[in-house]
Design a protein around this ligand. Structure first.
Ligand code: SAM
Length: 219
């Protein structure tokens, strides 16, 4: 089966489960028009994150890696009236486009973009105000650094999700190596003996090809 078939599968399932959404479409359109790379989560994945956040009634969400705010909109919509989302982005152009898209989605200032290196921004967040849900989707070599800070910032029973951990199966192929693959391997090695979380990898296939999320619950 090739990637077109998997894209067709996403389109088929989405046609039953995910209504057309002018706000999300506009966010993608604005991102492409401004030259942002097309590396946002898929609609099915965005909705999956949204449902995960809703299922634990998340009130505070942290995202690392904003891009144009596509996943941010899915997650922001999972929040109750008095909820809050903070998303971290190093690229000021990405952050600006994300802010435009969040405004357009009616999610500003409920969803705030902090511009700067994600790890530094995380370190500056206080341990006292915990998050219910943290989504890590920035530079992959820093996965373990982000995950370590995420453990400090997430409440007990809260969820940490890390994107792009399967990478077309390359992470599991000993013949393959690059900085992104090694970033995932480093995280997996750390998780092996990590008593602070319970985790699993959920592989996904669809319009983005073969990939997967690590899903972890904070003990
Ligand atoms: N979560 C977004 C979505 O699904 O719509 C996609 C995020 S994209 C895969 C990764 C983003 O992380 C890019 O916008 C990139 O500029 C940002 N990024 C890269 N290195 C970073 C860093 N050190 N700190 C914060 N963000 C970073």
């Amino acid at each position: 089966t090739n990637i077109e078939d998997w894209a067709r599968s996403d389109i088929y399932h989405n046609s039953f489960l995910i209504p057309q959404d002018p706000v999300l479409d506009a966010a993608l359109k604005n991102s492409v028009a401004n030259g942002l790379p097309e590396i946002a989560v898929s609609a099915a994945q965005g909705k999956f994150l949204h449902l995960q956040a809703r299922s634990i009634r998340a009130k505070r969400i942290l995202e690392v890696g904003t891009l144009g705010g596509y996943s941010t909109i899915w997650l922001g919509r999972a929040l109750p009236e008095d909820g809050e989302l903070i998303t971290l982005e190093i690229n000021s152009k990405h952050a600006k486009i994300a802010e435009e898209n969040l405004h357009n989605a009616g999610l500003f200032p409920k969803c705030k973009v902090i511009t700067g290196p994600g790890h530094e921004s995380m370190v500056n967040l206080p341990s006292e105000s915990k998050f219910d849900f943290i989504f890590i989707d920035a530079d992959k070599p820093s996965n373990l650094k982000y995950f370590t800070e995420a453990k400090r910032l997430v409440r007990q029973g809260g969820i940490i999700i890390v994107d792009n951990v399967v990478r077309f199966g390359r992470v599991a192929d000993p013949e393959q190596s690059d900085a992104n693959i090694e970033g995932v391997r480093l995280l997996l090695n750390a998780l092996k003996s990590d008593q602070d979380v319970d985790a699993t990898t959920m592989a996904t296939v669809g319009e983005k090809g073969y990939d997967g999320f690590i899903y972890a619950i904070r003990n």
